[in-house]
Design a protein around this ligand. Structure first.
Ligand code: FDA
Length: 307
């Protein structure tokens, strides 16, 4: 991993840097580029606009690594309120939710996270929509896949995420490419040690294509989360090669990243889902986005000094 990215990801875990960034005058403008707002109402307004443009959505209530059961409960309550609002606004057909198990208590107790995830899934089913479990750093991979397996026994439509940069992921893809599965494939956003993850860009890209082939050859529903133009071109070619029609897989991109490309693909008849984060705990999410692209960091630094 390049040293600048490692530094930014290290800063994502620092409370002192978080306070500095939060207090800087230009921060709110940068946050607004990547985060849909603080509240459920802000998020639902954004969903209405995106779905009006022919895009689908997955919503993430920001927050991770909770240290108290009460914080996990607050996360569940927010997801329940969100699903209720989406249903009431007639948007649940095109908007699902993404959930981080560490926000539901995974680091406190796996059983607590599972029970909380069941509650979110039950509400999603009632609204006629789905849930995808985000994947966090490699220390949570086994637990997240265990919880995914448990949830799918009751809610077979629950989606999972696999990260191409992890050396183990080929095996995980093979295990999860079967009928009924919904797997989001991404490159991976965390600072990981060399023993568990590829660090060179081209190794990660090659791994992504290998995993994409396995998913496309399988019977599940692949969800390709990337903004990488080269990968998107390869995915389009591979999908055709495997005889996959649009609608039997989807592209996913982050809110605020390559919006023109999102609309271009949707205009060509592809399903494109935008990952829309909202809530006050935006700091680690923002730092991961800044780490992905030096130009974002420059944009951020310029915003900080331009006020
Ligand atoms: P890469 O970072 O190589 O970027 C390729 C090109 O895309 C860049 O050159 C630039 O043009 C554009 N681009 C990429 N990121 C940009 C940005 N932030 N701002 C502006 N342009 C940008 N990770 C994870 O570990 N667990 C998860 O659960 C998820 N979930 C998830 C959902 C969705 C819908 C997406 C799109 C991504 C994730 N990720 C994730 C993040 C993912 O692992 C990865 O870090 C980012 O998508 C960036 O990787 P790319 O594939 O876009 O390529």
């Amino acid at each position: 991993m390049n040293p600048l990215r490692s530094l930014i990801l290290a800063a994502a875990g620092s409370d002192a840097v978080r306070r500095l960034v939060a207090a800087a005058p230009g921060t709110s403008g940068v946050v607004a580029r990547f985060v849909a707002g603080d509240t459920v109402a802000d998020a639902v307004t954004r969903v209405a606009r995106l779905t009006g443009d022919g895009l689908s959505v997955t919503l993430d209530y920001l927050g991770e690594d909770v240290t108290e059961p009460a914080q996990a409960e607050q996360t569940v309550q927010t997801y329940l309120a969100l699903l209720d609002r989406l249903y009431g606004a007639g948007l649940a057909g095109r908007a699902e939710v993404s959930v981080k198990l560490s926000a539901l208590g995974l680091r406190l107790d796996e059983r607590l996270a599972l029970d909380n995830a069941h509650r979110v899934c039950a509400a999603a089913e009632q609204c006629g929509t789905t849930v995808t479990l985000d994947m966090e750093d490699h220390t949570t991979t086994d637990a997240t896949l265990r919880v995914l397996g448990e949830l799918r026994r009751t809610w077979p439509w629950v989606g999972g995420v696999l990260q191409a940069y992890l050396r183990r992921t080929g095996d995980d893809v093979r295990a999860l490419a079967g009928a009924g599965s919904r797997i989001r494939l991404c490159k991976g956003a965390y600072a990981e040690p060399d023993e568990v993850a590829y660090s060179r860009v081209h190794e990660v890209d090659l791994a992504y294509v290998r995993c994409a082939n396995l998913l496309l050859a399988g019977d599940g529903y692949p969800m390709f989360a990337t903004h990488d133009p080269r990968l998107i071109a390869i995915l389009a070619e591979r999908a055709r090669w495997y005889g996959r029609k649009p609608g039997s897989y989807e592209y996913q991109m982050l809110y605020g990243v390559r919006p023109d490309e999102q609309r271009r693909l949707a205009g060509e008849g592809e399903t494109v889902r935008v990952y829309v984060p909202f809530g006050e705990h935006w700091y680690p999410y923002l730092m991961r986005r800044l780490g992905e692209r030096p130009a974002n960091l420059l944009f951020f630094l310029r915003a900080l000094v331009s006020r």
